[in-house]
Every structure is written in structure tokens, then in C-alpha cells.
Design a binder for this molecule. Sequence first.
Ligand SMILES: Nc1ncnc2c1ncn2[C@@H]1O[C@H](COP(=O)(O)OP(=O)(O)OP(=O)(O)O)[C@@H](O)[C@H]1O
Length: 562
Amino acid sequence: MSENNVSHLRIGFVLSGSTTSTAKIQLTQEGEERVFEGMLVVISSKRRKIEYLGRIDSIKPVNEFYREGDPWSEARKKGIPLDAIGDVGRSYVLSEVSLLGTLGNSGLRDVRYPPEPGDKVYMINDGEGYEKKIFGIERGESGYIWYGNIIGYKQIALPLNIENITMHLGIFGVTGSGKSYGLGYLLELLSKIPYVLPDSSTTYLALPTIVIDANGDYLDYHEHFLDSGLIGIGKFRNIYRMVFRKSKALGRPFTKGITIDLDVFNTRELAEFIISYKTAGKEINELQVAGLELALKELEYDSFTNLFTENFENLKYKLDELSTGRDAPIHSSTRRAIASALEKFKSDVIERDKLVTKSPQINVEFIEQITKEPSLVIFDFSAEGAPGVSPLEKQLVIAYLSRLLYNKFTEYKNRGEDRYLLFIIEECQNYIPNTSNYPVHATLTRDYLSLIATQGRKFGICLGLVSQRPAFVDPVVVSMLNTYIIHRVSPDDATYIRKISGGLPKSLENRLTTLERGKAIVVGQMNPLGYPVLVEVGRRSIEHKMGKTNVMDGLYTLFKSK
Ligand SMILES: Nc1ncnc2c1ncn2[C@@H]1O[C@H](COP(=O)(O)OP(=O)(O)OP(=O)(O)O)[C@@H](O)[C@H]1O
């Protein structure tokens, strides 16, 4: 590093007492202005001709006239101003730096010698190949996408290793912290992952993705696809929007109705779901579940879908039969409760939302198609895509989808065929809840999503779980995520985040609850640095219209219309 290079901003000097893991530095005036906790910096050792990558862990201003118990304590107590003395006193800023490694041409190496007193500390120079020195990776390398920029450095992005997305991803943050915007940006990057061919030319590939879109945050991509075709959506071949049958959007191009087949469920699962549906998942009566299970079994139908869509009366007769007579296995009051649960299920799910059919739109051929011709599939669970649809019906759809995916990917695996799919679930606490603090009944979704989470890297389904409240998500599943993008979280979640992410340095942990919108900490297997990094999410190339609110204009329009 040349000292004459003005773009290398010197921000400090190493003081005595460094070890191979930390260095104490005194900041220069520029350093005092620019440095913040969590920032990455470079220490240059002239004598050893090495550079260290460090992270600012603390910043401590010192003034020799303001010390605890000094001779001026009494004057301060009496309120006598000491500004003049303070101004002439020695005043400086100390900083503790964690040494993350030494910089080489292929990424970080272990620190074998501590920096020496007098070594200079710099900001990383944006334009001098530092990405390669820090991460060991160059732009354009196969299988890496470059995410946003490292905070403090506009030109230095964080590479993310796509190979490791197979070990699942968690995106957490409170409402408005920028999760959906950031995820949209990530989807754009995942639609054009570089792949270097044997002749050294580069092609770009897209990772097929299904996103359960809770609020319509990704519909801009569908709109863009309808308006402008494939421009701007990388290598995705198609973008589908999936809506419930009552949605006004049905009938638009590349928009499919959400329908499912009940035959992926076993008798117990279906019985439990129908009984819990009546109480909106709040409670579940074991006697009623057992009674319905018995009726379904005794009917010996080979298709639940047929039974519910065409022969529903038979089920009612069977229930009556099983509750008639002195030794009837189902008590008459239980029968009444089961019958009313069945009616509710039939009238909402079968008749009103027309969710169940023998030939559903979401089927194995669709999975085959979207994974073979990489596509983005948006399940629109917003009010427009799912008008009047209950949370439990959404659960039923995800339960169906996760079974379908699990079975299909098991088949791919058994055939030795490589397929990959990113399955993103927003508001995932509703489908894989931590029942100890978020009492939502979700066995139908939880079991299969957990099963997908526990599958190894080679299974091919990469889970992307998104939540405002990570503590409400099943901790066993969360422990299987290997990469986290953590936006601002609530103080209640900060301790939990620290635990699941394998411990964050204090300098970053302190920022968890105060991160600005669009800033996040990236930690885990996809981050090749091996240390948590503070990043600023990049700009979406397709505008995020759905996330916008316009309170004042809206209020004014109402006011004017009076
Ligand atoms: N990095 C960013 N750059 C520009 N605008 C952003 C950025 N991040 C978020 N926004 C905007 O801020 C608003 C809130 O962001 P976003 O919808 O992503 O939050 P969220 O964490 O997903 O919230 P919720 O959990 O309520 O969905 C949106 O209007 C979004 O477009």
C-alpha cells in the first residue's frame, strides 16, 4: 500500500500492546470523523510487509482533564465550567480493533504476528482489488453474487456463495426494516448468477424460486415481466403469479389459480386440519379428530378430493351411522361438532374458495417445468391475490406445496438428478411456529417444512425463511438455517439472534436494534469472509412500488372529498 496514495485515508496508528487477535489504535482526525463500530479497516505493517484486516470494535474518546476522581471533581460538582482547561488538555480517541486475518491474494490468512506500535491504519481502498484480497474471490467468478456494499465502502460488495444457499437462509427484521426490498434485490441477483464455461466465457444462470409473498411485495416483478418481457429479470424464463380463485387478477397472463389436491394428506392430518379449521386453529378436540378419522377410514375412499368435492353426503351418512346405537363409537354430541366442522370446511374451502380439485394447477408437472426452465413463482397471499382467504387456508396451501416439493425432490434425488429450488416463505412463523411462545396450530405445515429443513445439502430445496419475529419461529428449524441476513430486530429478539447466529461481536450486536432501513448484518455459510459483515442492501433495478405508503396524500384526498 503506497503511503502517497491520497485515496488511502489514514485513520489511525497502532499503539503498544497488540496481540494476534486485537490491536489498540489511536485515531487520526479523519479517523475520528469517519470511523464507526463494526467498520472494516486495514492495518499496514511496513516492516513485515503485510496488511491486516481489522474490525473496529470500540471507540473511546479520552481527555486528560476529565478523569474519574481527578482534582477537578469538586469544581465539576459545583457546576463551575472547565471548558477552557478541557480545550487545552490532551484529548484523543482510542479504538479497539479485532484482527480478522492478514490479506493475501486468495483471501484472509491467520494472523501470526501482531501489528507493531506505529503501524498505520487505513480505510480500505475501494478501487485496488481489495475484494479479492479480503474474500479471495473476484467479480464474475462462478457461483458468487455480489450483495450490496459493505457499510463505509460504496464500491466493495459482499460476495455470497450460491453453493451454500442449499443449507438454507433466514431473513429477519421488524416491519419496515427493509426485508422485502432486500429480498427483491437478492432475487434479482439470483436471476443472473455468473457461471464460467470451460472456454472461459461467462454465462448467467437463474435459481428457480417460489416465494410465498405475504403482502404483494414481489408483484412488481410480475408486472414488469408482463410489460417488458424478459428484460431486467435476468435468466428467469417465466414469472408466474399464483392467486386464489376469487381474485380479480385471475385471468391475467401468467397468472394461475391456486388449487390443491387433498390426497397428499393422510387421514389423521386431514381430520386434524378440518377440526382445527373450525376454531381457526385455536384449539383442537382430540375426540372429534378421532371420530372424523374413523369415519374417513371406514369409508375406504381412495380419494379424499373426490369424497369432498363429489360425495360429501356419503361422509355425513357414515358419521350418522357411526354415532347411532347404544355402543356407537362416536358420541352424538361429538358427531354434531364434527358435522359442523365439516360443513365449515366444505363451505369455505371447497365451495367459496374452490381450493380443492382432482387436477390442481400446482402439480408435479408444474414443479418439473419451473425447475427445468428456471422461473420465479409468486404465491400472492396479499388481499388482492387472496381475498377473504383465512390464514388456515393459506396453511393448507403451504402444507400441500411442501409435500409436493418434498416428494418430487425425493424422486429427483433417487433418480440421481440434480434440481434446485429456493422456497421462500414470508411470515414463516405462521407455518413453523415456536409453539412455546407463539401458539398457532400448524402441524400440517410444520412437519414437512421441518423435514425439508433437515434434508442435507444435496436435496436441492433451499429454504428461505422470512420473519419479523424470529423468536416465534420453531427453534429447531431456525437452528438448521446456515446463513442469516439480519435487519433491525426488536430488543426482544436481539438475544435470540445472538444465540442462533453463533454469537456476534459486541460492536455488531449493539447495532441489531438500531440498524437503519436497508442495512443488515450477514452472517453464516454464504458469507465467505467467515465473520459477520455489516452491509447496505443494493438498489432493486425494478422499483418496489408495493411497499410504498402515502399517508398524507391519502388523508388529503379523503379530506377534499368531503
Ligand atoms: N434499501 C432500500 N432502499 C430504498 N428503499 C427501501 C430500502 N429498503 C426498504 N425500502 C423501502 O422502505 C419501505 C419498507 O421496506 P420493506 O417493505 O422492505 O420492509 P419490510 O421489513 O419487508 O417490512 P414488512 O415486514 O412490514 O413487510 C418500502 O417502501 C421499501 O421500498
